[in-house]
Design a protein. Structure first.
Length: 339
């Protein structure tokens, strides 16, 4: 009796593999990180597998994820070849952005040669700051391109940190004569009048995040000297009334807690040769109930006005500890479910 051969079902397809060669073994060790922590991070973030074979790394996994991992590894190795270190934040940045994103896009104005070759870096006396997400890259470009910039989004996205870095870079390069950093001194649980000390002692705790950012970019002795010379000012928003701020880079942090009148007052302080960065998180408004946020109104009113730029950050732009993004996402979800 004749029999008909049944077709043999195809076996499982081999998982695609990308092989990367890294000729300098010393740099490869730095690329992998202590106990291969950088490789483990990339594997976890992209759902792929990395195998080391001598001076080669094999990337195994779904095509798009493997390509992203390979691009991140190439970018990090290139960074090491330039003599830069690779820290956990740099691994995150390479995963999020990729070398292709970093090397494309229009460069900002000619007044600062800061983005040569498409590399977005802010150079200060103590460190070089690089954007770690696509949104951060756009924000940095906006800070050097526009005279007035709004940075809106959740905590941990680098809004204020990058603005202060830009202020320090412009000050060092002589594009501005002064740096002015300000915040609304909104009382949260304690009255200013009941806090100990003189007025400076009372408001300094509100300004501490600005001091922290500044000390990341300039030596402490230089910061103290510049503050003494009034070339750097750190003061509450209320202290800005009646002033004209010329040839200065001005940063207003936590601007969601400014009222409509305070925001208008602050914006109209801008003098000749000055730039402003207004940052805040519109989901964290501590104003009394019924008092509108000056930041929310200003961002709407000034949208599209010549010389202004606006960047909106999202949860995925958070560059602090990964737990921060998870915490904010959980709170947002809870608010939606119980709003």
């Amino acid at each position: 009796m004749a029999t008909t051969a049944l077709p043999i079902p195809p076996g499982p397809e081999a998982t695609p593999e990308i092989t990367l060669n890294f000729p300098d073994n010393r740099l490869l060790i730095d690329l992998c990180g202590e106990f291969d922590r950088n490789l483990t991070h990339i594997e976890s973030a992209l759902g792929i597998q990395l195998l080391r074979r001598g001076n080669e790394l094999a990337v195994i996994g779904e095509h798009n994820s493997s390509e992203r991992a390979a691009e991140a590894l190439r970018e990090l190795y290139s960074r090491l070849e330039k003599g830069k270190e690779v820290e956990p934040g740099d691994v995150d940045a390479a995963i999020r952005m990729g070398r292709t994103e970093q090397n494309t896009g229009a460069r900002s104005g000619d007044q600062l040669e800061m983005f040569k070759g498409g590399v977005y870096e802010i150079r200060t006396r103590k460190k070089t700051v690089e954007p770690r997400t696509i949104t951060q890259k756009k924000y940095v470009e906006s800070l050097f391109k526009h005279e007035l910039v709004f940075g809106l989004g959740p905590a941990g996205t680098g809004k204020t940190y990058l603005a202060v870095a830009a202020a320090v870079a412009m000050f060092i390069d002589g594009h501005v004569d002064r740096i002015i950093l300000s915040r609304p001194a909104v009382e949260a649980g304690e009255r200013l009048g009941f806090l100990p000390g003189d007025m400076k002692d009372k408001v300094d705790p509100y300004m501490q995040p600005l001091y922290d950012a500044l000390n990341d970019f300039l030596p402490a002795k230089q910061v103290a000297k510049l503050i003494e010379e009034k070339r750097i000012e750190i003061a509450p928003l209320a202290f800005m009334r009646g002033r004209t701020l010329s040839n200065a880079f001005i940063v207003l942090d936590e601007a969601q807690n400014s009222t409509t009148m305070q925001m208008k007052m602050f914006l109209t302080r801008m003098g000749e040769g000055s730039r402003m960065a207004i940052t805040g998180d519109t989901s964290q408004i501590d104003l009394p109930r019924g008092v509108p946020s000056g930041l929310v109104e200003a961002a709407k009113i000034l949208r599209g006005v010549a010389g202004t730029g606006s960047t909106e950050f999202a949860t995925e732009d958070i560059v602090r500890h990964p737990m921060v993004a998870r915490i904010i996402t959980a709170y947002d979800k809870h608010a939606k479910n119980h709003g």
